[in-house]
Design a binder for this molecule. Sequence first.
Ligand code: ADP
Length: 241
Amino acid sequence: MLELNQVTKHYGSRTALDGVTLDIAAGEVIAIIGPSGCGKSTLLKTINGLEPIQGGTITFDGTQIAPGRTDWRSVRQDIGMVFQSYELFPHLNVMQNLLLGPKVVQRADTNSARERASELLARVGLAGREEAMPRELSGGQKQRVAIVRALMMNPKVLLLDEITASLDPEIVREVLDVVADLAKSGITMLLVTHEMPFARAVSDRVVFMDAGRIVETGKPEEFFDNPQTERAQRFLDRFVF
Ligand code: ADP
């Protein structure tokens, strides 16, 4: 589904990704973990063209998307992304926020897009909130709307960048439950998270990064119970399980 081969990314003189190679199969859920600044977020951004790469290649569904003359708008219909901050338009209600993408990008029939929005809202526990304004929603609710917004495009791959990092601890759970439900639905997912028990529970594979490189990958139980590298051991020592 997605193939990164020796991907290198620099910001000026700083190397954010240093030869990252990763193959992701359809339906796989990958948790990307590692210390702050190791390149996790940059990795996701290169996959949907928010950051250009300077070396290596990224192939999606058999087509090389980076580097290349890629129509990123079209790729982003297939590769959705949810960010740490849920950037909903404050002057539009939930439904209007959800219809923006499909209307502009896919020119979807509005009635079927509305139906899909309502179905997805119900799925994330927000049935009947179509008319709510973003300011009337809690952080966790806004983040769930942001997830629905990404799902409106029917993406093949969903990239989640620390989507619970700015939420109060007591509402982290409600968002993680939605992600766990999605993970079971068969969508291919790459998620950057600091929630280690969650990464363990929800992922098929853990990718541990440090200083722009993949240091270790493994099945969650193997990685968390028996990390092979000293760097991963040190990282995991900081967490209480
Ligand atoms: P992580 O998500 O693991 O915390 P990032 O991918 O955000 O790490 O950052 C990787 C490295 O690239 C860090 O050294 C960071 O300071 C740097 N970096 C990230 N974004 C930018 C940017 N827009 N401009 C310059 N440097 C950046």
